[in-house]
Ligand binder design. Structure first.
Ligand SMILES: NC(=O)c1ccc[n+]([C@@H]2O[C@H](COP(=O)([O-])OP(=O)(O)OC[C@H]3O[C@@H](n4cnc5c(N)ncnc54)[C@H](O)[C@@H]3O)[C@@H](O)[C@H]2O)c1
Length: 289
């Protein structure tokens, strides 16, 4: 296993260069890694490449990158061949949140990796053990849950599956520090740590609004001013999307129990198309989607 001077892996692969994959590629490039993004077709690879190089350019312009744009770009490649991951120390899968798609992608990537290489998934809700079930080397598989937008988010949840090697967890912890972020290690439980706590607070805030306890503004102020949260739970639900939150609440209520049951108000607003910032209306009115 090779690391760069910063302690990041020397060769990193990212499968899927969409919103999250491009951000993950950006993070490792800035830490000195060589990064290969593999996409499903040439058009998507071109779009992923543009996304990554644009966000690198932003960091260079802001003075937050140690290297020149050309030096960073020289360490980056985008392709459509999973075989290009062959020499990677770590591959992070960031394809859409679909179990079948992820299992297919992960098994194809594992087949080209060296036995000691690490394989990770950026899944935000699928069980790491479920994904590991069809892998040949589940001990080398771990969850690396980045947050959106990756360049501005300092947290990474390391999700330890039943079969994940303890040494890989430590290695992942060091890699997360090397890219300038803070790791937390969580067991493979529904919602991990972040979604479970965040959604619990958001759902209770919606129930309080439903019960007429206070206005949306005042419920949010209770948390932003009283508890120093950067954004109140209802405004945050608007930003994330009410449909996204409803989906997570349904999943958590099925796996963890009734306490995560979606409030009627949330269901009604989603049915009415009031999805938050992206539709211009949620618990607040938003200027532009
Ligand atoms: N968006 C978020 O806020 C967020 C936050 C944390 C985690 N996640 C997780 O990250 C993952 C990716 O989410 P996203 O928001 O970046 O999605 P996205 O749709 O922006 O990107 C997915 C990318 O995967 C590519 N892709 C699809 N099939 C592929 C294949 N077979 N091989 C290679 N590439 C393929 C697509 O072309 C696309 O570029 C999901 O598991 C999601 O749950 C998302």
């Amino acid at each position: 296993m090779n690391d760069t001077a910063t302690g990041a892996p020397a060769d990193v692969g990212v499968l899927g260069g969409g919103r999250m994959g491009a951000g993950i590629a950006h993070a490792f490039l800035l830490a000195g890694s060589r990064v290969t993004v593999v996409e499903r077709d040439a058009d998507a690879a071109g779009a992923a490449s543009a996304r990554v190089l644009e966000s690198v350019a932003t960091s260079v312009a802001r003075g937050t990158a140690d290297d020149e744009q050309s030096a960073i770009a020289a360490r980056f490649a985008a392709s459509t061949e999973v075989g290009d991951f062959a020499g990677c120390d770590l591959v992070v899968e960031a394809v859409p949140e679909d179990l079948e798609l992820k299992i297919d992608a992960l098994t194809r990537v594992e087949a080209v990796l060296a036995p000691g290489a690490a394989l990770a998934s950026n899944t935000s809700s699928i069980s790491i053990d479920q994904l590991a079930a069809l892998l040949d080397r589940p001990s080398r598989f771990v969850g690396l849950h980045f947050f959106n937008p990756v360049p501005a988010s300092s947290l990474v949840e390391i999700v330890r599956g039943e079969a994940t090697d303890g040494l890989l967890v430590e290695q992942a912890r060091a890699w997360v520090h090397a890219i300038g972020k803070t790791p937390i290690v969580v067991a493979d439980a529904p919602g991990f740590a972040s979604s479970r706590l965040g959604v619990a607070l958001g759902l209770e805030a919606i129930r309080m609004l439903e019960d007429g306890v206070a206005s949306a503004e005042d419920i949010d102020a209770a948390m932003s001013l009283g508890y120093k949260h950067p954004v109140g739970p209802l405004r945050l639900t608007d930003i994330v999307g009410l449909d996204v939150r409803l989906g997570i609440a349904e999943y958590l209520s099925n796996t963890l129990g009734e306490r995560f049951a979606p409030p009627a108000l949330l269901r009604r607003m989603v049915a009415e198309g009031k999805l938050g910032r992206k539709t211009g209306e949620g618990f607040y009115l938003w200027d532009a989607p």
